[in-house]
Every structure is written in C-alpha cells, then in structure tokens.
Write a protein that binds this ligand. Structure first.
Ligand SMILES: Cc1ncc(COP(=O)(O)O)c(C=O)c1O
Length: 394
C-alpha cells in the first residue's frame, strides 16, 4: 500500500533534503565507534570532552542504583526529585542568577520559556539566525516578532525606534550562533536594550562551559550577567550530559514553573541525569585546561586551513563551518569523509539558509593536532578535486 506521505518524501528527496540518520555505537570522544568502523568525530558538541568522563558515569550509575531510572511523572506532579532542586541551585550559583529552572532539553527550554515569559502585546526583536527552538518559541508566544539582520545593530536600533507598543520589548539572540560559530555583539545589544528599555533573552547553548571565567558563558565574559533578564543554558553540550535550564530572577522562575508548557506537560528528566549534571557543573568549573586545549585546537585548525587555502567562515569558536552551497554537494562531501573514517555532518536548509549548505566542523578538547591535520588534508583533497573538475586545465 502506498503511503499518504510519499509525495512529501519525494519532494524532500528531489531537493536533497531527506535526512538519513547516521548510527553510532560507543562513547563520545575524539573518535566514535559506528557499525561501519571507528570514525574521527568532528560534529559532536562535546566541546570539553566530558561526555564520557568517569566521574559523570559514576554519578549517573550511583544515582540509578539509588533512584532507579525514570522520574515517572512531570515535575509538577510527583517527578520533582531532590536532585532536580539541587541542580537548579547549583546552576543558579554557577551562572550567578537568582534562580534557574530545569527543562528536559534546550529545545523545550526555548519553546517553553519564550511562550511562558512573552505574551500577546509584547514585542520580540530577534536576530535572523537564532536557533530553530527560539523561532518556534517566538511563534508560540503570540507576541509580534521583528527580525533584525544578522548582528546588524543599526537594523535592530531602527526596529526598536519604530516600535510604539506598550508591552515588554525583548531582544532575542544566540550567544554563539549554532550553525556559524560567530558571537553575538552582546555589549552593543545591551547598550540598545538600555536605551530603549528592552530586556535581553540570551541563549548560551554553545558558550556556556567555554567562555567566561570558569566557563560561565558570554554574558559573564562581557561582565553583563546581571543585565541579561533571561539566560538559557544547555547541559548536553559542553556539560556532556543532557537537559537545559533558564536562569532568571525569582519571579520569572515562578512564572516558568506555573506556565511553561514544555516543563509542565512532560516527564521530568531522569534523576540519574540530574546527578550527572551536578557533577558536570563541578567538572566544567574546573576545566580551565580543557578550555585552553580547545582554544589551541581552534587556532591550529584555522592556521592550518589558511596554509592549505581552505576557506572557513569567520568564527573563532569551536564551531567552524565550511560553506559548500548546494545541499546535495554538502552531503556528498560528508559521505566521502565518512568513507575515509571522518564524521562531519552536512547541514542543509531549513537549518541554514538555502544555498549555504555546509559542513559544520566542531572541535573538542579531546582532539589532538594530528586529528585536525587528517581532517583538513582529507577535506582539502576533496574540495580540490571539485575545483579541478570545474576548471579543467587547457
Ligand atoms: C542555540 C541552541 N539553543 C538550543 C538548542 C537545543 O538544545 P538541546 O539539544 O538541549 O535541545 C541548541 C541545540 O543544538 C542550540 O544550538
């Protein structure tokens, strides 16, 4: 029997947009096991190399012995464990906020956070390249949404200036943009927020653990922690675990616990994950050596790429995209790398704008210089083949 979704799938395939999941089968590190053999891993968000850390495993296993696995209910019913409360307190102390509210994932934090804290009559000013979860949260909020060109402060200022509404004004941005790796101009955003009486909603998914003193994030690095009304952090990236939080004032936290549907109407994160995340806060705090190594990996990738003539995007973070263009082409190069034992995922629309499909290389403190060399020489070989094909020598 033919499926009612055959034409939808055909449409995706024709545009090179069907996703096929790659399977992995081992702990995350510089390498990962797969059914097709071990691969050098250059697309996880395990920036500090903590995902397989022995202390995280131990905390998780110990808590599983004590509590079992599932929380078995929403946090608003019977699923709110002492470990969840403790993790919220630890995070609030870590990021220096009055309170923090846990969510099972960053996607849920943004969707639930924006729809609970922003409402009809409010106005959102959002960078055009924010994460999909923020886009969805903005839609659900029912506020009016103004999109400003990526990091264009003049555009943001003009939009703020034009706005005559009586509601809250909220400027929304990623701290490090997830697909481009560049930084939000937070100090300038803060100046505009001050001038126009706006609040800032900052998603620190890729900066938390990496930037700022002890990895406290971009707001802390800029000395603006107490000026950002809402900070979102994820625990599945540099923290090596899973889940997310919103750090905010006590009143906003109470609103979230009473109104964020992605917190109210979902089962709480398993208590052993909360135990592992508590340990991860300590590990992240003490991870200066890993942060230095990551920084050195980033600069050695950029220096080596430049020597080879390989064009990278203007990013100085662990996210180093190589823009390819056509979706099919990005997938083809990703597949060729996979066959050579290197895993870099191709990122295509709608995750990135049409015509900017890319290989999103992510670096970790777990990588060694030799890993980076192998990635670059292999990738450069493939891209050079393409150039040679396009420009046949006469
Ligand atoms: C900027 C940003 N926010 C939120 C998320 C979602 O986080 P999670 O993977 O915990 O759902 C991501 C994930 O990739 C992200 O890049």
């Amino acid at each position: 029997m033919s499926s009612a979704w055959q034409s939808t799938l055909d449409g995706l395939r024709e545009k090179g947009l069907e996703r096929v999941l790659r399977t992995v089968d081992g702990p995350v590190g510089a390498r990962i096991d797969t059914p097709q053999g071990p691969k050098l891993l250059f697309c996880s968000n395990d920036y500090l190399g903590l995902a397989s850390h022995p202390s995280l495993r131990e905390s998780l296993c110990r808590a599983a012995e004590q509590y079992g696995v599932g929380a078995a209910a929403s946090r608003l019913v019977s699923g709110n464990y002492r470990l969840h409360d403790e993790l919220e307190r630890r995070i609030a102390t870590f990021v220096d906020s009055e309170d923090a509210v846990l969510f099972p994932s960053g996607y849920q934090a943004n969707v639930g956070g924006l729809s609970a804290l922003v409402e009809r009559g409010d106005v959102i000013f959002s960078d055009e390249l924010v994460h999909a979860s923020i886009v969805d949260g903005c839609r659900l909020s029912r506020a009016s949404v103004n999109i400003f060109r990526h990091k264009d402060m003049q555009h943001l200022e003009a939009l703020l200036d034009q706005d005559r509404s009586a509601g809250r004004r909220i400027i929304v941005t990623d701290a490090i943009f997830s697909m481009d790796g560049d930084l939000a101009p937070l100090t300038k955003i803060h100046r505009l927020a001050d001038k126009f009486g706006a609040l800032i909603y900052l998603d620190e998914a890729h900066s938390l653990g990496i930037m700022g003193p002890n990895g406290r994030g971009l707001a802390a690095a800029a000395g603006l922690s107490d000026r950002i009304a809402i900070r979102v952090g994820t625990l599945g990236k540099a923290f090596g675990v899973s889940g997310a939080f919103i750090a905010c004032d006590r009143v906003a936290a109470r609103v979230l616990r009473s109104r964020a549907r992605s917190l109210m109407y979902t089962t709480a994160a398993p208590p052993p994950l909360a135990a592992a995340a508590i340990t991860a806060v300590d590990l992240v705090c003490a991870a200066d050596k890993a942060r230095v190594k990551l920084k050195s990996n980033i600069s050695s990738l950029r220096v080596r790429a430049k020597k080879l003539g390989l064009e990278l995007a203007e990013s100085h973070t662990a996210i180093q995209p190589v823009i390819i263009g056509r979706a099919e082409h990005a997938v083809e190069i990703s597949n060729r790398l996979w066959d050579e034992g290197i895993f870099v995922q191709a990122i295509r629309p709608p995750t990135v704008p049409p015509g900017t499909s890319r290989l999103r290389i992510t670096l970790s403190a777990a990588h060694e210089k030799g890993d980076i060399d192998l990635l670059l020489t292999t990738l450069f070989g493939f891209l050079k083949d393409d150039l040679d094909k396009k420009e046949p020598r006469s």
